[in-house]
Structures are given as C-alpha cells and as structure tokens.
Design a protein around this ligand. Structure first.
Ligand SMILES: Nc1ncnc2c1ncn2[C@@H]1O[C@H](COP(=O)(O)OP(=O)(O)OP(=O)(O)O)[C@@H](O)[C@H]1O
Ligand SMILES: [Mg+2]
Length: 256
C-alpha cells in the first residue's frame, strides 16, 4: 500500500453530476464523478478546458450544488462554504489597497493580536516574503502576489485547500519555483490539496495522484498514481512513462 493509501478519507465525491441549464438547453458538465481524496493527500485534477474542473472544485467548496450525488468532508456533506477550506485562484484575489501583512492577516481578524501577529509573520516567512510585510501588491511581481495569495490561504490553517490553476498567469520559470515551494510547504503542513491544472508536467511535479477528466461531460478517465519521491527528477524514465500515459488519456499527440 502507498503512503497515501494508509491515510483516512478526507474529501469524498460520491456520484457527482452537474447540469447547467442554459437558454432552455441542459448542459451536462459532470457525469457521475466518484473520487476519494485522503487526508493530507495532494491530488491534481487534469483535463481539457471546459470539462468541469472548476465546477467540481466549486461543488467541493460549497459554492455550487450537485444535481446528483454529493461531496463529503470528514463524512459531513458539503452544503455551504466554510473557513476550514480555502480557495486559491489564478487571478490575483489579493486586495490592492492592503499591505502584504494585512492581506495575510485578513482571515485572522478574530484572533488576539499577539497570536495573529505570530501566525502572519511565520506564514509570510514560509512563502519567502519576509521583508515585504509593508509592501503593497502594486510593488510586487506576479509571483510575489501569488505567494501572498498562498500565504493568505495557509494562514487560516485550512483542512483543505482548493487551487484552481493558481500559477497559470506566471511565467514558466516562476511557475517551476512556485511548484517546488508549494511542495515544500505541503510537506511541512500536510493540508489536503486539490489542485486543478491543464498542464501535464505541473500535475506530475506536484501530485500524489493525478485524476484525469474527459472532455465535457467530465468523467474520470483514470487516476494515475505518481509514486515518485520529492524532489522529483523530471528526466527520469518513470516521469516520462507517467507523462506518456497522461497524454494518452487526454488523447493528445505530444511529439512535434
Ligand atoms: N454558472 C454557470 N452557468 C452555466 N454554465 C456554466 C457555469 N459554470 C460553468 N459552466 C459551463 O460548464 C462547463 C465547465 O466549466 P468549468 O469552468 O467547470 O470548466 P473547466 O474545466 O474549469 O475549464 P477551464 O480549464 O477552461 O477553466 C463549461 O462549458 C461552462 O461553460
Ligand atoms: Mg476552470
């Protein structure tokens, strides 16, 4: 049994289907998606544009309702958003009028100041923004802004983090750095992470398991166990084998 296999179920999708009704037409977006994500596991959802990845996260976050099936977290059905689970999006969700410190402190308003300060500082340091506490978003690079967003999510010690293409707007070198930093932080704190991407390499670099969704309606085409130790050797034969398998599942020719 793999290390992830020893952990208890955390986020469980049970036969989730979703239909959007558009101008009288029914659009089946998700069809009978069942998946068990274990506590502390890092799972990537990989699939073509429009296959329902964001919709699936929104259902798991309590922002959308499934038409059939349900999502449970720790055995409890998700019915509405909760501060125990947080989202990190691609577009910068940080507040431009607030400093790095205030952005990260946002979810901790109800905490005594001393405790809050310690957590905010530790989280800012963890994402590598020590020294920029008083900076405003306009003074930061894209990668730094995304770090603020990650820090804000981590500061509230969430059980589950949903990440929807969080590095999609970054240049390729910054993306690589952000991925390895995310893995480092995940190894320290072990939250459960569901990470949406349509980047095959990103999914292999990050995930314990990659869930491949078919084109709309999104169905699980397969779940691929990555099973490589971190830091991952991107040139290893095993990495290449997984990559080929994922491209095959996506039905994409990747030799040019
Ligand atoms: N609120 C909504 N109302 C109607 N249709 C919607 C709504 N949200 C999403 N859809 C439709 O559902 C489908 C899946 O959308 P979704 O955003 O989940 O896809 P995605 O896999 O995240 O795509 P991308 O990779 O481009 O972000 C799309 O066809 C979209 O047009
Ligand atoms: Mg999306």
């Amino acid at each position: 049994m793999s290390a992830s296999g020893a952990r208890r179920p955390k986020v469980v999708f049970e036969g989730v289907s979703k239909i959007f009704r558009k101008r009288g037409d029914d659009l089946l977006v998700l069809d009978d998606v069942s998946l068990t994500v274990r506590d502390g596991e890092f799972v990537c959802l990989l699939g073509p544009s429009g296959c329902g990845k964001s919709t699936l996260l929104n259902i798991a976050g309590g922002f959308e309702r499934a038409d059939r099936g349900r999502v449970t977290i720790d055995g409890e059905e998700v019915r509405e958003p909760s501060s125990r689970r947080v989202f990190v999006f691609q577009e910068y969700g940080i507040f431009p009028w607030a400093s790095v410190w205030d952005n990260v402190a946002l979810g901790l308003r109800h905490m005594p100041a001393g405790e809050r300060g310690a957590i905010v500082q530790a989280t800012i340091d963890m994402v590598g923004l020590g020294g920029f506490e008083r900076a405003y978003p306009m003074e930061l690079s894209g990668g730094m802004k995304q770090r603020v967003e990650v820090a804000r999510a981590l500061a509230v010690s969430p059980d589950v983090i949903y990440m929807d293409e969080p590095f999609g707007a970054l240049d390729s070198l910054t993306r690589l750095t952000m991925r390895s930093e995310l893995v480092r932080i995940w190894q320290q704190q072990r939250p459960t992470i569901l990470f949406v991407t349509h980047d095959v390499d990103e999914s292999i670099q990050l995930a314990d398991r990659v869930v491949v969704l078919s084109a709309r309606p999104g169905r699980i085409a397969d779940v691929v166990e990555v099973g490589l130790d971190h830091p991952r050797d991107l040139g290893s034969p095993e990495y290449g084998r997984i990559k080929n398998r994922l491209y095959e599942l996506l039905g994409v020719q990747h030799t040019i």
